[in-house]
Design a protein around this ligand. Sequence first.
Ligand code: 2AM
Length: 708
Amino acid sequence: PSESSKPNVERSIPDFMKSNNKNVVIVYGSQTGTAEDLSKRFSRSLQTDFGAQPLVIDPEDFDVESLSRISPNNILILMLSTTGEGEATDNMSTWYKKLISSDDHLEVDFSTLQPPDFQVPSDDELGHDFSFDKELPLKNLTFSAFGLGNTTYEHFNSHIKRVSSRLVSLGATLVGPLGLGDDDDDIDDDFVKWKDSVSPFIAEHIGSSTSSDSSVSYVSDWIITEIDKNSTEFDREKFNRFRFSTIENEEKLPPSEIKVDNKNPWSSKVTDARQLCHPDNERQIIHVEFDINDSSISYTTGDHLAVFPINFDLHVQSLLDILGVDENQVIKAVPNPDSTNSSSFPYSYSTYGNILRHYMDVTSPISQDILKNVLLPNVISQPGKDFLNNLINDKDAYNNLVSKPVTSPGELLNLLISAESESNVSNEQRFVLKMDVLLSMLQRMSPRRYSISSSSLESPKTLSATVVVLKYKNVNGLDRYGVCSNFLNATTDIVMRNKQGVDPSSNKTPFLPKYAIHDKMMSSSYSKNTDLRIPIYVIKSSFKLPNDPSVPVVMVGPGTGLSPLMGFIRERVQMVNSGISNVGPTVLFFGNRHENRDFIYKERLIESFGILSASNPDSKMFTAFSRDDPSKKVYVQDRIYENEEFVYKLIFEMGGNFYICGDAKSMTVDVNKALLDITKRHCGQGLSPTNLIEDLKKSGRYQEDVWF
Ligand code: 2AM
C-alpha cells in the first residue's frame, strides 16, 4: 500500500503495538522473502521460548518517524537484507532515505512528532522520567539487529551496519551482538546462533523470563474459513482463481499506470519459449521472452528479471491429499490478530489448490524451529512427538533426514504419518493436517531472479531470460528439480503447442521430468486459447555498459553467464546498425561443455560479431568448450591467457571495461586470477598490478553479475 492509502494512526508502530498488546516489533527488509521468513521464525521462538508478544511488520506499512515513540520497555528488532551495491531492499528504501540522506542529515525531524501527535506515556509505562531530547530523538529506543548479506559481494551487510549505527547516533541503544548473516556460507546457521545469543537480552529488556514450559502454544498466522460458493458471503468479484489474473485494483487504473513490484507483479504474456541446446545435451538451457507492452515495466540492458513460478503438481497434490481437501473448495484466509503476522494475501477469496500452487513455497525444507513451534504443538501421539523431537533436538538427525536430502514439506509430513502408522497409533491420536498449520509452516513463494538477456535498445517492450533447467540427484539419489526453471521449461512445450499445434505429450524432450510437467496447469489454466501469462517484475541493476560507446569492453561469461552479455552485445550491434561509427572493441569470452550441443545463441553471436568486427576489427569472440577434448578441459581463462596482450591492451591501455558473469564460485575466482596474472606480466615495472585492478574496481570499470 502507498503511504497515503492508510490513515496515519494505522501507520504508527507504537499505536499498533499498544492496541494489539505487543512488546516486540520485528521489521524486515526483504527482497525475495528470506528476511521475512527469518523474522516470522524469530517471532515464533520469542513467543514460545520467552512468552514475548512479537509483531512482524513490513516497513512499507508503517512510518519510520513513529520509532521515536516506541515504549522504552518494548524492543525493535531489525532483520535487514543488503542488496545490489550495498543498498536497502525495496520495502526498506523509504525508511532508509528518511533515516540517512546523502549528506548524512536527518531529513525528518523526529522532534516534530511532539504534540499533538505525541502522547507522553505514563510513568508506570516508562519506569523513569521521560523527556524528549531534540538531539537524540531515539534515546528511548532499544533495538537488536540481524543483517542478511553475502561475503562474495563487496558491500557485505553494509545496509544493516549503516542503519544500526544511524539509530545509535540518534540515541538508540543496541542490545546483543549485531548479527551479520552470510548467505555464501550458511545463513540459517548464522541466524540460529545470533537468535540464541540475542534472545536472553531481548527477554530481559521486556521483562520476560525464560519459560520452556508449554504455556504458550501454537498460534496460527491465518484464520481459514471454507466458503460455500452459493452463500451470500461469497463475492465472486473478489475471487482469484489464478495468481494476479485480476488485480484487486480499487482505483481501476489502466495497466500502464499500475506500479509493478514484488508485491504487485505484472502477468506478462510469454511470446516465445524455446530450447537452446541440442536434444542430446545432458542439460537444458532455455530462452523465454516476456511481453511488457501495456505494463508500466521498463528496463535497461543488464537489469534483472524476477519470475514467480507455479509449484509442481506433485507437491501440491501430495499436500492436498494430506489435508484431505478438495482443491477447488473456496476458502478465505485472513491474518489472525493474535498472531505475529500482519500481512494478508493479495486477494480475498481463493481455493486450497490456488494458494498452494501460486502463493506458498511447497518445496523448501521446513526449519527446525518451525518443526518445534508450529508442527510439534499440533501432534498428539507420542510416536509422532518422538519422531519430531528427534529432528528438533538432534542437528545431525535433522540434517540427514531433512536438509541434506532437501526433503519437501509434503515428504516430511508423510514421514511423520508413516512413523505414526508404524507404531499403530489410534485414529483419534493420529496427526491431522489443517490448512492454517500448513500455511504457518510454509514460506511465501519467492520470486526467482535471472539476468535479462535482451537489449532494451533493440527490444524495449520485450525482454528475455536465459535459464538453465535445474535438475540434480539428492544425497539419496532421488531426483530434485528447480521449481522455476522447470516451470519455465514447461512453457517451451506450451508455446510449441500453441504455435505449431503440436501435442507436447507426443513430442517430449528426454529430460522433461514427467512429474514436473504441470499437467493441471497445461490443461486448465492454460487451455488452448488462453494466453500464457507469468507474473514478473524488473529489478534494476548496476551491471551496465559504459555510457561512451567507444570504450572497449571485455566480457567473460561461460554457460548462462552469457545472458546479460548477450544483451550488451545486441546493444552494441544496435548502435552500429543505427549509424554510430565509433563503437569500441567488443570482446567476448564464452565457454560451455560441447560446441555442437550447447553453444547457445551460436547463430546470433556469429551474426552479431560479423557486424561488430566489420565496424571495429578488434571486436572478437573467443570460445572454450570444456568437454569436447576428453584429455583436457579448456576454460574461458585459458583463452584469456592465450590472448593476454590483447586483453591487457584493451583494459589498461585503452581504458576498457571488464565484465564477469556466471557462477560465483570457482569460475569467478579463476577468471580473477587470470586477470591479475596478465596484469602482473604486462604492467611493467613501477606499477602495482593489485593497485591497477583496485582502480579498475573503484572506477566502476570492473563489474560482476554473479550467482550461486
Ligand atoms: P565443466 O562443466 O566442463 O567443468 C559453463 O558451465 C561452462 O563453465 C562449462 O563449460 C564448465 O565446464 C565451465 N567451468 C566450470 N568451472 C569453471 C571454472 N572454474 N572456470 C571457468 N569455467 C568453468
